[in-house]
Design a protein around this ligand. Structure first.
Ligand code: DER
Length: 223
């Protein structure tokens, strides 16, 4: 099975977690896009979605699914999202799609986080994937120095030769060279640095379930 087919497999499998008549929390990325496409096949059975990015909102609306603002909904039963890395406790690195801030917000208002990922995302220790950190631009250099002090190599994410600007109007630094052996402590520490909007470690907002696309089929992991 190609990686694309593995993503479609888990995107479809996630429908099992969608309660009828509910508003679904929807993440961002190519695997989530497969879920959105699957969700569209049952769009008359759900009320709509809360989205974690402009990109996901556009795809949902294009497929006829109503999108609600996160402030219109108190609590969601389920949040479906991908990950760049997920470990055996359900802790994740996210933000490859530059949507980590809104993803963490919608995840926080959801009762169950269902991660959908192809098998390549399952790791023993987080940190091989460049860690995304959304920052207020004026703090970027100091945040980069703080990562350097812990052995990380940070660089500002660019798009067309300029710093990428997120849906929230901020910048992202990606940090390589880290081994995140204590995701909960790491997320708490970095989140307190002045100018950090969101760090792409999802430990306090970990996954409750992971649907992992493997060549032998979908493997369900519960955390
Ligand atoms: O940006 C994100 O957090 C996305 O969920 C990303 O981590 C997964 O994207 P993918 O499904 O395209 O690999």
């Amino acid at each position: 099975l190609s990686q694309d087919e593995l993503k479609a497999q888990v995107g479809r499998a996630a429908l099992a977690y969608v309660a009828r008549g509910e508003i679904v929390g929807v993440g961002t990325g190519s695997t989530v896009n497969k879920f959105i496409d699957a969700l569209a096949t049952i769009k008359d059975e759900i009320k709509g979605a809360v989205s974690s990015s402009v990109a996901s909102t556009e795809r949902l609306r294009a497929l006829g699914i109503s999108v609600f603002d996160s402030n219109e909904v108190e609590e969601l039963s389920v949040y479906i999202d991908g990950a760049d890395e997920i470990d055996h406790r359900g802790f994740m690195v996210k933000g490859g799609g530059a949507a980590l801030t809104r993803e963490k917000i919608v995840a926080a208002q959801s009762r169950k986080f269902v991660c959908i990922a192809d098998a390549s995302k399952l790791v023993e220790v987080l940190g091989a994937f460049p860690l995304p950190v959304e920052v207020i631009p004026m703090a970027a250099r100091r945040v980069m120095r703080q990562f350097a002090a812990m052995g990380g190599i940070a660089q500002v994410r660019e798009k067309d030769g300029l710093p990428l600007v997120t849906d929230n109007g901020q910048h992202i630094v990606d940090v390589t060279g880290l081994k995140i052996t204590d995701p909960l402590a790491f997320e708490s520490t970095v989140s307190q640095w002045p100018g950090v909007v969101t760090v792409g470690v999802f430990a306090h907002q970990k996954a409750d379930v992971c649907l992992l696309g493997t060549s032998e089929g979908v493997k369900t992991m519960e955390f």
